[in-house]
Design a binder for this molecule. Structure first.
Ligand code: COA
Length: 633
């Protein structure tokens, strides 16, 4: 047998893929200057240009750092992985709900009563167990890239972190722990949250996994136990919704007691959390369902019926509001989509396996997790609840289904749908603010070993030229000129996309150079203290394409107080946009942004249609002029 065959599948998957490259330094610096020039003041740019040239010039600091980075590339399977993980997630002190954890929103379910909801939950849990079996056996089919540069295999590592990761809060930085050695795991369990109480649901009894009927019956026991008001404990889950430093401090206090330590250990080692939510008393439209997934409605609703550190939380609301909340550090939205789609197909596709009572085993009831507390801890719960409430009140969310056209219309224009949508988002922002801002679009780097994402800086100079031409009130631009600008903007965006997915974007590279300098105990290079670098990392527009093939959508909050989160899901004849911002910021408004987006998308379609009608007319007339005149007479 070839040696490769003997290796664990995980290593094998990873080894066939190339390592993510370190781009040439001068290429990165040139792109950096090009991507900031039109977004900062002229004076500031001059200063930045001088700093960048010094950094990248012969004998400059950049040369040393680049050399070190290349050495790091040789020594590691992915030179940027740890740097990126810390910078993007673990060092971020903001609360996970809204600020970090994306959610998947399922279509509204119709439950006649709570038993229906529990049947849905039992089936979902069974689906999770089946999916996890596939993951553990490394039997998931390898993903292949679609869209730009389609066909190459993608790294599967992110899937292997779905059910065995936990993000521990830390005072300065968090820790993501991934338990890769499945053989050493104790019998598996799930944590079920119900009425802010937490229960351990063992999914294996006598070495055999529970079937759907048994899970259903255990869930019924949980609901009964949660109803017992005498045994009800304070809402400890709310602590995990707090800022990471606040939660880390509270956790230190909790772990002084052995009972709390034991309860935490059980939560930290579970496969996933299943949240059985109380009815939200809200109209279950797309926006409200998204809100309930993002923050649970605060402590008055289901905000404490969560444990945000755990990577996968499945929410089953008694009112049919269901979905998944995911802690983002172990994997990207695309993996969340694959898993959610598998589960949805499992739930809706297979006949119910809830069987007669006689076929189920007599199982010990699930255990309620116990907590010890004192007035100080109760004070912490109140403070966390207050801070969550502020976040809840602050989130301005608008889920918008644009129905006039979708991917197919865009493809007919011979344009990349993703690039087209990005340019439309730029137009929307420009319509609202009369300027463009630093924009983030996530681009997958899963073509490489342990690849995650890099950034496509979508506010390109070409996008600025296009939106300026569209918004020109003096009508100085003809349709042909606007169309030329549109094509150039889309080409620039597409080229950046290709660069990013092939490991040639600039954000990870600049981060790598910065981190290497820190590791070498060097003074922070001027390029990273420069105002341009700081503002260029403040992403007022944070965007991401998360497409689905099953009816559901993904969304997330803004990443800065004065920004927008814009997640989109392009379908063949429509596009779902989830736009979020904060009410506290007077410069943003999701509804205003959505209105501008709708207008812009229609204007671009009309421009394309007018131009192609004109081109057809021109072609027809030149054909007529060139052809001998036919006469029947
Ligand atoms: N003419 C006609 N069709 C075109 C075209 C053109 N000029 N350019 C592209 N298309 C087609 C593609 O072939 C593709 O066809 P398919 O639907 O049959 O696969 C489709 O349009 C989509 O391609 P495109 O819109 O260019 O985008 P993409 O699918 O390559 O996506 C990214 C671009 C950046 C979104 C993608 O590479 C990526 O990185 N996705 C991951 C993002 C992510 O991680 N999100 C989660 C973050 S938590």
């Amino acid at each position: 047998m070839p040696i490769l065959e003997k290796k664990p599948a995980r290593e094998r998957d990873s080894q066939v893929l190339p390592k993510v490259p370190v781009p040439p330094m001068n290429q990165t610096l040139d792109t950096y200057l090009k991507s900031v020039q039109h977004l900062v003041k002229e004076e500031q740019f001059k200063k930045t240009k001088a700093i960048v040239e010094k950094f990248g010039g012969p004998g400059g600091v950049g040369e040393v750092l680049q050399r070190k980075l290349l050495q790091r590339r040789d020594k590691t399977s992915n030179w940027v992985y740890d740097y990126w993980l810390e910078d993007m997630y673990l060092n971020n002190r903001l609360a996970l709900p809204v600020n970090s954890s994306p959610v998947m929103v399922f279509p509204k379910q119709t439950f006649r009563d709570h038993k229906d909801a529990l049947r849905f939950a039992a089936r979902l849990i069974r689906g999770v167990l089946d999916y996890k079996t596939l993951i553990d056996a490394r039997a998931l089919p390898v993903d292949f890239a679609r869209g730009q540069l389609a066909g190459t295999p993608l790294c599967m590592e992110q899937y292997y972190r779905l059910f065995n990761s936990y993000r521990y809060p830390g005072i300065k930085t968090d820790t993501l722990k991934v338990q890769m050695n499945t053989a050493s795991l104790a019998p598996e369990h799930i944590i079920v949250a119900c009425k802010n109480q937490f229960f351990v649901l063992d999914v294996v009894a006598n070495s055999k996994q529970l079937n759907e009927t048994e899970i259903f019956s255990q869930l019924e026991k949980i609901v009964k136990m949660a109803d017992n008001t005498e045994e009800r404990l304070p809402p400890f889950g709310i602590l995990t919704s707090d800022g990471r430093t606040e939660w880390a401090q509270a956790r230190d206090d909790l772990t002084k007691d052995q009972t709390n330590k034991d309860s935490l250990a059980l939560i930290e080692s579970c496969l996933c959390v299943v949240c059985l939510d109380e009815p939200s008393s809200l109209e279950p439209n797309d926006t409200n369902r998204a809100l309930m997934m993002l923050h649970g409605g605060g402590r008055e609703k289901n905000g404490a019926n969560r444990w945000y550190d755990k990577s996968m939380q499945f929410v089953v609301g008694m009112d049919g509001i269901c979905g998944v909340v995911c802690e983002h550090s172990p994997f990207e939205g695309i993996v969340l989509v694959q898993c959610s789609e598998y589960l949805m197909k499992h739930i809706t596709g297979s006949p119910s396996k809830v069987t007669k009572a006689s076929t189920i085993r007599e199982l010990p009831p699930p255990r309620r997790l116990l907590w010890k507390y004192n007035p100080h801890i109760q004070g912490l719960l109140t403070a966390s609840g207050d801070r969550l409430q502020r976040l809840v009140n602050n989130l301005d969310m608008d889920v918008f289904k644009f129905k006039a056209y979708g991917k197919e219309f865009i493809k007919k224009q011979k344009m990349s749908p993703d690039a087209f949508i990005q340019v439309a988002l730029q137009l929307a922002f420009y319509k609202c603010n009369g300027r463009l801002v630093f924009t983030y679009e996530s681009a997958s780097t899963r073509r490489f070993q342990e690849g995650r994402v890099d950034n496509i800086r979508s506010a390109t100079p070409e996008a600025l030229a296009f939106v300026t031409s569209m918004a020109d009130e003096r009508a100085t631009f003809t349709d042909l000129e606007k169309m030329k600008c549109l094509r150039e903007a889309i080409n620039a965006q597409t080229n950046y996309t290709v660069a990013a997915i092939t490991g040639m974007a600039i954000d990870n590279h600049l981060l790598g150079l910065l981190r290497i300098a820190k590791e070498l105990n060097m003074e922070k290079p001027e390029i990273f203290c420069d105002e341009t670098y700081l503002t260029s990392n403040h992403f007022i527009l944070s965007t991401s394409q998360v497409p689905t093939t099953v009816e559901m959508f993904c969304c997330y909050g803004p990443v800065v107080p004065n920004g927008y989160g814009a997640c989109y899901n392009p379908q063949s004849d429509h596009i779902i946009f989830c736009v979020s911002s904060f009410w506290e910021n007077t410069h943003t408004s999701s509804v205003v942004f959505v209105k501008a987006l709708n207008e812009g998308l229609l204007e671009i379609r009309d421009l394309c249609n007018r131009c192609s009608a004109a081109a057809t007319k021109l072609a027809d007339s030149s054909q007529e002029a060139g052809q001998p005149h036919k006469s029947g007479k």
